[in-house]
Design a protein around this ligand. Structure first.
Ligand SMILES: *Cc1c(COP(=O)(O)O)cnc(C)c1O
Ligand SMILES: [Zn+2]
Length: 413
């Protein structure tokens, strides 16, 4: 009986610009003004209690009313979501403020992309699509490939040829085909758009675009629930296309509208790498429209999107919520990775290093107060980008398998 109560409250798609409402079908943009459309839900019909939510499985579908899958038998589940939120006491001592880590590197494929991909592939199944795909800087590739494997769908991934080897291998192991495009993410994405139109493939970040980002909202729901149905003062968000940041904004608004949390000004900060910081640069210049970066150049390849699809709306949300958009250098990113590993025992890819480094800067510059609560979104594991970690010979001790060699270790240590 309880499963029946969990029914999507999706009622339509709404144009971000003119507000026109459409039925929740396979469409990407408003037919009048060509601007993106976002799902809308009948929040007045939400009658689920907190107790009921707490009884549900700890995963992506815990808040199924607020996700756009109409028939839950179409859900493809690889066990994503409900990742740990931990108090980062050591890092707080180092940087200041009251820091929490939301560790989305613990998702099945090691990144937060298991959230949007989970919704996208479930939607593809709802539509009866046979071929799925994505344009990706690497993490979405692995997620879509994993879900496609579980759902028994053919999968084609478009990625820049410079994508990290770990992410390419991971995509291949799930059985997907990967099309490496000799160019930037934006060029790979252009190819993916054409494949969606000309070949009819369900390219999740194109074909399923309005639905796909809904999966990312679950990060906001989980953070609130894990804090005891409260919102933090700040969330530091690694930002590429801006999709995650905008999804968090919508998720927070829904929580408040449903009365699940008290209203609060949660500042969302966009964290970018200096080598590809279209949103942070445009923020500092006071622009309303994001100026693209033509040639991204950063170790944070997962965030290297020069022409962010949701950049304008991300910029608007950051400002509306009183947040900042910052860019940190590759050295700061590596330092961020090391800080998180050394102080919290959590190993992240560069995107997480961007978040730690940005948080440090925002605290130093006074944008985050010493007593305020901050959630750092650590969106992927460092196991995906092992080649970035220098080999630390000074930490390695080599011995022969003898007692005398072993006892010498004491003197070295
Ligand atoms: C995709 C991704 C993000 C956020 O990207 P958006 O395109 O802004 O939604 C953040 N961190 C990692 C590791 C990612 O893969
Ligand atoms: Zn419109």
């Amino acid at each position: 009986m309880r499963a029946l109560a969990r029914k999507s409250l999706l009622i339509g798609l709404k144009c971000r610009s003119c507000g026109a409402i459409y039925p929740p079908e396979k469409m990407q943009v408003c037919t009048k003004c060509l601007e993106p459309v976002d799902p809308v839900y009948d929040l007045d019909a939400f009658s689920t209690s907190k107790e009921e939510i707490l009884r549900r499985p700890r995963g992506l579908w815990r808040y199924a009313e607020l996700l756009p899958i109409e028939d839950l038998t179409n859900v493809v589940d690889i066990g994503a979501g409900f990742t740990p939120l931990t108090k980062a006491e050591n890092l707080s001592r180092e940087l200041g403020s009251r820091l929490y880590i939301k560790n989305d590197g613990t998702n099945p494929t090691g990144s937060f992309k298991d959230r949007p991909a989970g919704v996208a592939i479930s939607k593809a199944r709802e539509w009866g699509d046979k071929v799925v795909g994505a344009a990706s800087t690497g993490n979405l590739a692995a997620s879509v490939a994993a879900y496609a494997a579980k759902a028994g769908l053919k999968c084609y991934i478009f990625a820049p040829a410079s994508t990290e080897i770990g992410k390419v291998s991971q995509t291949l192991v799930y059985g997907a085909r990967i099309i490496l495009v000799d160019g930037t993410y934006d060029e790979a994405n252009r190819m993916a758009h054409i494949a969606s139109e000309e070949l009819g493939w369900n390219i999740v970040n194109v074909t399923t675009r309005p639905y796909y980002a809904e999966g990312s909202k679950t990060l906001a729901y989980e953070v609130a629930e894990q804090l005891g149905w409260r919102l933090p003062d700040h969330i530091v968000v690694p930002t590429a296309s801006g999709s995650l940041l905008y999804a968090l904004h919508r998720g927070i608004n829904e929580l408040v509208a449903l009365g699940l949390v008290e209203e609060k000004e949660v500042k969302l900060h966009a964290a970018q790498a200096a080598g590809c910081a279209p949103i942070a640069n445009s923020f500092k210049k006071g622009l309303d429209r994001v100026e693209p970066v033509e040639h991204p150049n950063t170790i944070a390849r997962g965030l290297a999107i020069g022409d962010p699809g949701d950049g304008d709306v991300a910029l608007k949300v950051v400002r509306e919520r009183g947040g900042r958009a910052e860019a940190v250098t590759d050295d700061e990113i590596l330092n961020g990775i090391n800080l998180l590993a050394k102080h919290e025992g959590i190993f992240t890819e560069p995107a997480g290093g961007v978040v730690v480094a940005t948080t440090r800067r925002l605290i130093e510059e006074g944008y985050i107060g010493r007593d305020e609560e901050v959630v750092l979104l650590i969106t992927a594991t460092g196991l995906k980008t092992m080649e970035l970690i220098e080999r630390r010979e000074e930490q390695i001790i080599r011995i022969k398998p003898t007692i005398s060699d072993l006892l010498k270790v004491r003197d070295v240590a």
